[in-house]
Structures are given as C-alpha cells and as structure tokens.
Unconditional design. Structure first.
Ligand code: CIZ
Length: 312
C-alpha cells in the first residue's frame, strides 16, 4: 500500500476510535503532558504540567490512569493512587534529568548540610522523593521554598531551577544539585537573540530549566502552565517559546489569534516523543505497562507530594 497523507489520517482516526472504545471499556482516563505529540494531546482527557497531572490523578474516580508522559509522572500518579492501575504506554520513556540524582548522593548531601531540608523537583524517581522533605514543580518551586523556615535549602536535581529559585528567594541560601535537562540546556543566548531579531515584537517566555543567561533575556520565566497563563493575560500577539516543542501545539490550539515561535529547533525531548497513538491503544488493550511504587517507598514519597500539594 502506498503511504499517503490520506492513509496516514485514516490510520490515525482508526487508532483514535479504538482508543475511545477501549477507554470506555477499561474505565480509564488519559492524562497527557504539555510536551507530548499533538495527536496525543488531542485525545487526552486532561492535559497539563506535572502539577496538573498529579492533581488530576489524585482526583479521578476512574479505575485506570494512562499517563502519556515519562516514568516519574506515572510514579507520582501511582504514589497518589495506590488502588488504581497506572499505565505508562512506553516502558522506556524516562527522564535523563531524573536519572542524575540518586539516594546515595542525597545521603551524602544530607551529611554535608544536616540543617538543610531537601526540596525535590517532581522530575525525580520515587526513591529520591522518598528521602526528600518536600516536592516541587516548575510552577510552584519558588512558593515551596518560601514556605520553609530553614535558612539553607538543598534543591535537586536541576541546577538551573535551583539558581532561579535562589534569584527569587534572596533571603535563603540555596544549595543546588548539578543536574540538567538535556533539552532545555540546548537553548543558547545566541538562539534567543536571533529569534528576537526575527520577531522583534514577540515576548520571550523561558522555562526555568534554561541557563541563567537565557533567563536574563526573558519577559517571563514560566513553567508550561504559567506560559498558558502569561499568553492568556498578555496584550502581545507574538511569543518566542523557550521550552519543549510540544507546547506549541497546545498554545496555538488555545490561542488561535496569536503566533508562537519555538526559540530553537533543538528544544525536543526524545523521551516525551516516544508515546504514539499506537502505543496508547496497545496500553489500553493489554494493560501495559503498569507502574506500581512499592508500598514502603510510596508512603515516604507521598509525604513530600502531599506537602507540596498543600503549599500550592
Ligand atoms: O513540571 C513539569 O511538568 C515540567 C517538566 C515542565 C513544566 O513546566 O510543565
């Protein structure tokens, strides 16, 4: 068969119909991150950042939660919903940033800075959350740190997010871990200056996982959710976006009268792009791949997530 745009559309529509049928049969909810492929965002019941995903997972009355994202997101859903089946369609969808820290390294930090609580970005494994004091996302990291009475605070695993928090909470000494997001650090100051030259009227929105010298050029430093909020309340018609490419689909779909330019074509997370319609259909048909956090780790990790959800 010759593969044309028409046959591709039919193939996708058949998969979407199958997913809708299976979703009903399984009493499932599909939750997708803002960085997912456009066609995955379009079939999701809930779409958002990690915080929205965690909240939706905590509130759903469905039996099965399909997380279209990466492993740590499915783990968070499992931590908050021990009695539900949490499914990650692509078993190897991980997060290189999350893999840059582990329990031994945190224990070493705690030995060096015994008075400093550990604030752990949700982009981390369940084991890492279990030995941290409180979690945060890129939406609420500054508020979470402000909510703590300690003067010295360890933030992990993303160094740039730690440096950004430090710039916003000057009264505290932030001790950031050295991790980084391989997608966001590919955005250079030169990329942004070029994009600004090409689109002089556009506002530049940057994710806090970008380097400080990139954030210096930003009109807004925003999580993905905050980028939606910024665009909604801005009079500007054009925006240069400094985060993963997937968000452009959601922004362009929601704000049809505004224009969005990706700050660099390198802003792509390969793990986020692994989930396809085919894998979601497979996940619902065969209930694969279940992510279940062991009870002992879950109990400890949940405390940090609950504490975060209380802050904001
Ligand atoms: O917090 C998240 O979900 C991430 C990884 C990015 C963002 O800002 O949404």
């Amino acid at each position: 068969m010759k593969w044309t745009q028409k046959s591709q559309e039919k193939y996708n529509q058949d998969l979407k119909n199958k997913i809708a049928e299976l979703k009903k049969k399984r009493k499932a909810i599909i939750i997708a991150h803002n960085y997912q492929r456009p066609e995955i965002q379009d079939i999701a019941d809930i779409k958002g950042d990690s915080l929205a995903l965690s909240r939706a997972a905590a509130e759903t009355d469905k039996d099965v939660i399909v997380i279209c994202g990466v492993r740590f997101m499915a783990e968070s859903a499992s931590i908050l919903n021990p009695d539900k089946k949490v499914i990650l369609p692509v078993v190897e969808a991980g997060c290189p940033l999350a893999d840059m820290i582990n329990v031994d390294k945190i224990n070493e930090l705690k030995r060096r800075f015994p008075d400093a609580p550990v604030v752990c970005y949700v982009n981390s494994s369940a084991e890492v959350k279990a030995v941290s004091d409180i979690c945060c996302t890129s939406s609420n990291a500054v508020e979470v740190v402000k909510s703590l009475s300690a003067e010295r605070i360890i933030t992990l695993p993303d160094k740039n997010l730690g440096l950004y928090i430090a710039s916003q909470v000057p009264g505290k000494k932030i001790i950031p871990w050295e991790g980084f997001c391989p997608s966001h650090v590919r955005l250079s100051r030169e990329d942004v200056l070029l994009a600004k030259k090409l689109h002089p009227r556009a506002k530049f929105l940057a994710h806090p996982e970008c380097y400080p010298e990139v954030l210096e050029l930003a009109d807004g430093v925003c999580s993905t959710k905050q980028m939606f909020d910024y665009v909604a309340s801005s009079d500007s018609q054009e925006f240069i976006i400094g985060t993963e490419k997937g968000i452009i689909h959601g922004l362009a779909k929601e704000y049809t009268d505004k224009r969005f330019y990706l700050a660099s074509e390198h802003l792509i997370c390969a793990d986020m792009k692994l989930t396809t319609l085919g894998w979601v259909a497979h996940a619902l048909e065969f209930m694969k791949y279940e992510v279940k956090v062991p009870e002992e780790i879950r109990n400890r990790a949940k405390k940090g997530l609950d504490r975060m959800l209380e802050v904001k």
